[in-house]
Design a binder for this molecule. Structure first.
Ligand code: ZN
Length: 345
C-alpha cells in the first residue's frame, strides 16, 4: 500500500552538468562523459534506496532533457541547426532540433542506464520515456507537414520508435515503463482525440506495467507564471482521464499537492493505479510527513487504497541536490505515516 517512487528526474551532480537548469550543458566529453553519467546514475540509485523508496529509477542522469535525450538517438533529426520555438502552447521558448526526414532509431537509447539500474537494485524499477504527443510539441517539423494530419503522422512515427525502445527496456528487466505527457494538460482535446491512441501505440505489446505521467510542468518560472493564470480550479485532467481510463495503460501519475486540481477528478481513473503527487517540485521548502500523509488521506476518498501510490508532482531535475534528497525522505516518511493512520482506523 502507498508504494513510493519519483516522477522521473533528479538533479545532476555539479561534476556531471550545470546545476539547476532544464537544459544543462555537460561538464565532460566523450568517454569521461559516459563514465560520469554512469557514476551519477549509481549515486542516485543508492540515494533512492537509502531514502527508502519502493520503486527505483535512473534519475534521468544520462539525458540532457527528458525529450531531447531520446531525440539524440533518432535519425532524421537535425540537432546541429536548432531553432527557437514556443512550446506547450507558446508558454515558453526553447531551442529545439528539427525533423528533416524519415525517423529511425540509430540504436538503443537508454541501454546503459537501464542495465545499470537493473543490476544495482533488488527493488522494483521504473524507467521513463517522453510520450509521443509531448515529443511532437518539443521538436520543429520540416518533414511531416502542417496541421493535424501532419502532427498525428509524426506522433505515430515517434510512437513506433518509442515502442522499440520500450520493448528493449522491458527485455532489460525494467518493471514499469512510464511515458511523460505534460502536453496532455495543454492540448486536452487533441490528447483525448489522438494523444492517448499514440500513447497506446508506444506501449503496444508491453507485458510489464505501463504508466503515463501528466503534470503542470517542472518548477521553472514560466510554469509557475502559467499556473497563476489557470484560476482556482484546474480541470484539465477531466478531459483526458476518461480516455485514459478506457486505455490499456495501467498507471497514471498526476500533480496534486499545492495544485488547484480538484481531488474528485481522480475518481475518473477507477480501476487504474494512481500515482498521487504529494511532493511539490517548484518550492525549496520540504514537506513534512504529516503534510504528505494528509494528501494521501484526502486522495483516499477517491482512489482505492490498493491503487494509491505516493509520488512527486513532477521531475526534480532543476532543483538543488540537498533539497531533492530531503524530499525523497519526506515522501517515504509521509507514506509510512499514512499507512500507520490507516491501520489505526
Ligand atoms: Zn512532470
Amino acid at each position: 500500500m502507498f508504494m513510493t517512487s519519483i516522477a522521473g528526474s533528479l538533479p545532476k551532480p555539479g561534476w556531471l552538468a550545470e546545476s539547476q537548469k532544464l537544459w544543462p550543458q555537460w561538464k565532460q566529453q566523450g568517454q569521461a562523459l559516459q563514465q560520469a553519467k554512469a557514476d551519477a546514475t549509481l549515486l542516485w540509485i543508492k540515494a533512492q534506496e537509502d531514502a527508502g523508496l519502493d520503486i527505483i529509477g535512473d534519475g534521468e542522469q544520462a539525458r540532457q532533457h527528458f525529450v531531447h535525450g531520446f531525440l539524440e538517438q533518432v535519425d532524421g533529426i537535425d540537432f546541429d541547426n536548432k531553432v527557437k520555438m514556443g512550446i506547450r502552447n507558446n508558454r515558453y521558448d526553447a531551442m529545439v532540433p528539427q525533423v528533416i526526414g524519415p525517423l529511425r532509431l540509430k540504436g538503443r537509447v537508454h541501454a546503459m542506464e537501464a542495465q545499470l539500474l537493473r543490476a544495482h537494485t533488488q527493488r522494483k524499477t521504473k524507467f521513463t520515456l517522453p510520450g509521443p504527443m509531448t515529443i511532437v510539441d518539443t521538436v520543429a517539423d520540416r518533414f511531416y507537414g502542417e496541421g493535424k494530419v501532419g502532427r498525428v503522422k509524426m506522433a505515430m512515427a515517434f510512437a513506433e520508435l518509442l515502442n522499440q525502445e520500450a520493448l528493449a527496456l522491458q527485455a532489460d528487466g525494467i518493471d514499469i515503463i512510464q511515458f511523460d505527457e505534460p502536453a496532455f494538460n495543454v492540448y486536452m482535446e487533441d490528447a483525448a482525440d489522438w494523444g492517448v491512441q499514440a500513447l497506446e501505440r508506444a506501449a503496444q505489446g508491453l507485458t510489464c506495467t505501463t504508466a503515463v505521467h501528466i503534470c503542470y510542468g517542472y518548477g521553472i518560472q514560466a510554469n509557475v507564471d502559467w499556473k497563476n493564470t489557470l484560476g482556482q480550479e484546474w480541470r484539465q485532467y477531466e478531459k483526458v482521464f476518461p480516455a485514459l481510463a478506457k486505455s490499456r495503460i495501467h498507471q497514471v501519475s498526476l500533480e496534486c499537492w499545492h495544485s488547484h486540481v480538484p481531488m474528485d477528478l481522480m475518481a475518473l481513473l477507477a480501476g487504474k493505479d494512481v500515482l498521487v503527487g504529494v511532493i511539490d517540485v517548484a518550492i525549496e521548502a520540504v514537506e513534512t510527513p504529516q503534510e504528505v500523509a494528509d494528501t494521501i488521506g484526502r486522495a483516499l476518498q477517491f482512489v482505492r487504497k490498493e491503487h494509491l501510490f505516493a509520488c512527486t508532482n513532477c521531475g526534480m531535475a532543476p532543483m538543488g541536490r540537498e533539497t531533492a534528497q530531503a524530499k525523497l525522505k519526506a515522501l517515504v516518511a509521509g507514506a509510512a505515516l499514512a499507512r500507520e493512520r490507516l491501520a489505526q482506523h
